[in-house]
Design a protein. Structure first.
Length: 311
């Protein structure tokens, strides 16, 4: 996160680092990883097996201010000058030089960087971040592209099953959408239940560059839709062909399918049009003037005609 002012100036950049090795319950810990920002984005090379070919599309470390070009091969001199005490003597992309190395699989870090613009001609947006091998190794261990981060907040109301668990619900949804927990998360402090204990309400956060699409696909799932392809596509990671494409959960409230009874001839359109016997209105004009159709009429700007006919 970085605050950009109206005159184009900007404040410090705040970074949260919370990394772990792959696996649902992986407890591996590796230490002293250097990390950097490189000039280009990465592609499928982010997931190749061999270090010699991994993340090669990223190019070289981002250095827009041309630091240390007088003695580019004298690494000892650069390492002596580039320190957290002298951040302006480091390449913009040299994060470990200014902030120090990081560990993977251990604790969460929060850094404040005075020399890491996110936007503008020297910004790091749409470049790549590189995590180097442990013990200050130079090989490229992992990488990812730097993209804008959106945050959409939405209240959801879920029909409560006998053994309903929000944690299990979110895990099932993430599997279908291909979304890691830092892209799709529930706020457990907002959980509340209806008086009849049939519905549960809580806040869901949709984050990342695909937050809007995540929110749309999430709503499709709860409406009974099928998601053929994961919403989140991670470069070098291929989805399981046996992945689930729908969920068993539904939103709570409104007329449910079982309300139509055993007669499967009923449908939502028949209810709106007044042709379903169970919900049939007294006249054709009553069907045309149903509340849902009136709302639709206002949305498509024909309310003047509906007002004349219905009122």
């Amino acid at each position: 996160r970085q605050l950009v002012y109206t005159d184009g100036s900007f404040g410090e950049t705040f970074l949260e680092v919370n990394l772990r090795h792959p696996g649902a319950n992986n407890r591996n810990v590796t230490r002293t990883h250097n990390w950097s920002v490189y000039v280009n984005q990465v592609g499928v090379d982010a997931g190749v097996k061999f270090f010699q070919s991994r993340c090669v599309a990223a190019g070289y470390r981002w250095n827009p201010y041309l630091i240390h070009l007088a003695f580019p091969n004298d690494r000892d001199y650069y390492d002596m000058e580039c320190k957290p005490e002298f951040p302006l003597r480091c390449d913009v992309g040299d994060l470990s030089g200014r902030l120090g190395p990081i560990d993977i699989g251990d604790k969460r870090y929060v850094f404040v960087d005075k020399n890491l613009p996110l936007t503008g001609p020297h910004g790091i947006m749409n470049r790549a971040i590189i995590i180097h091998n442990e013990n200050a190794g130079i090989e490229r261990f992992a990488c990812a592209n730097i993209e804008p981060d959106d945050d959409i907040i939405k209240y959801v109301i879920i029909r409560k099953t006998p053994k309903f668990s929000i944690v299990l619900f979110m895990d099932e949804v993430r599997k279908v959408l291909g979304a890691p927990e830092w892209y799709l998360a529930a706020d457990l402090q907002t959980v509340s239940y209806s008086s009849d204990q049939k519905c549960v309400t809580f806040v869901v956060h949709f984050m990342g560059p695909s937050a809007h699409q995540l929110e749309l696909d999430f709503s499709r799932l709860l409406a009974g839709g099928i998601i053929d392809h994961p919403t989140i596509s991670i470069r070098g990671v291929y989805p399981d062909p046996k992945r689930p494409k729908k969920v068993s959960y539904r939103t709570c409230g409104g007329i449910e399918e079982e309300d139509f009874g055993k007669d499967k001839s009923g449908s939502w359109w028949n209810v709106l049009a007044g042709t379903n016997e169970q919900y049939k209105p007294a006249s054709a004009s009553a069907a045309l003037c149903s509340p849902l159709l009136l709302i639709a009429a206002y949305l498509i700007n024909i309310s003047h005609w509906v007002n004349y006919y219905c009122f």
